[in-house]
Design a protein around this ligand. Structure first.
Ligand code: CO8
Length: 257
């Protein structure tokens, strides 16, 4: 299938997906998320026998700088709820994939972009990568599963600190926290990810699929995902969110109530 926002190629029997909206720092619009959903639905049967998947961003500046803020500004509460729910379904499909999925983080991975990386099984980042969940700086909260996945990876204390502060962290600190498994020089994050997939799949493929499934625990978080999308959709209509997103577009600091 042809994709508008995903540029796909195959190397060593590994599918490399490049998010392709470079002018917007690969910000995730609804269509791009729908394309990811389609692709990971197709990967369920893995008819082509891929060994793994690497997701990365086009250009050198960003993996993905978040959900598309301009698109978010057009959504009413019902649309926002549904788009967040679609995102939850899509990112759960990624997490449930029966072959290893690695996020090769090249540059910024923020908001929804970081949430996409958190849904992958493993993260590799280049030395200039910066990541975080800055939604609170826009008067929002994460809406693509970040409130559930980040605490699972680094513990609640550090996760709530990062989410409430909206702070961006560098790759080396992300590695210290256990978010990122490897840090590479810029331009080598995809190669390193391929190497990790090769290492993980050199044994019985039946074992790999079962290990990925046995360690999956997002089902326990279903209430949390529902709370997240309800809160996101309501907050999106708030005066603070309008101020936060308008300030981003106008390239100024927001003034929150
Ligand atoms: N959405 C839309 N456009 C964006 C985004 C974004 N998230 N990020 C960057 N862009 C655009 C900019 O508007 C700019 O476009 P233009 O040239 O037309 O002005 C272009 O990309 C380049 O960006 P900058 O000029 O800002 O580049 P800088 O190098 O100065 O800064 C940053 C890079 C620091 C990454 C900066 O762009 C930034 O802070 N971006 C926004 C980060 C952010 O707040 N992300 C969170 C978004 S909210 C979110 O992700 C919610 C997820 C849940 C959604 C649930 C669905 C309902």
């Amino acid at each position: 299938m042809e994709y508008k926002y995903l540029d796909n190629r195959i190397e060593s029997n590994i599918l490399i997906i490049r998010l392709s909206r470079e002018d917007h720092l690969n910000a995730l619009n609804h269509e791009m998320v729908a394309e990811l959903r389609q692709l990971f639905e197709e990967l369920k049967s893995n008819e082509k026998g891929y060994k793994g998947v690497v997701i990365t961003g086009s250009g050198s500046k960003a993996f993905a700088a978040g959900a598309d803020i301009k698109e978010l500004m057009t959504l009413n509460v019902d649309d926002a709820y549904m788009i967040s729910k679609d995102g939850h379904t899509t990112f759960n499909l990624i997490e449930e994939c029966s072959i290893p999925v690695i996020a090769a983080i090249n540059g910024y991975a923020l908001g929804g972009g970081f949430e996409l990386a958190l849904a992958c099984h493993i993260r590799v980042a280049d030395t200039v990568a910066q990541m975080g969940l800055p939604e609170s700086t826009l008067g929002l909260i994460p809406g693509y599963g970040g409130t559930q996945r980040l605490p699972r990876i680094i513990g609640r204390a550090k996760a709530i600190e990062l989410m409430c502060s909206g702070e961006m962290i560098h790759a080396t600190y992300a590695k210290e926290l256990g978010i990122v498994s490897y840090v590479t020089t810029p331009g080598f994050e995809v190669q390193k990810s391929i190497e990790v997939i090769k290492k993980m799949t050199k044994n019985a493929p039946t074992s790999v699929g079962k290990i990925l499934k046995a360690t999956l625990d997002h089902e326990q978080a279903e209430d949390g995902f529902r709370y997240e999308r309800e809160a996101f959709a309501k907050l999106l209509q708030s005066d603070n969110a309008k101020e936060g997103m308008t300030a981003f577009i106008e390239k100024r600091k927001p003034e929150f109530e």
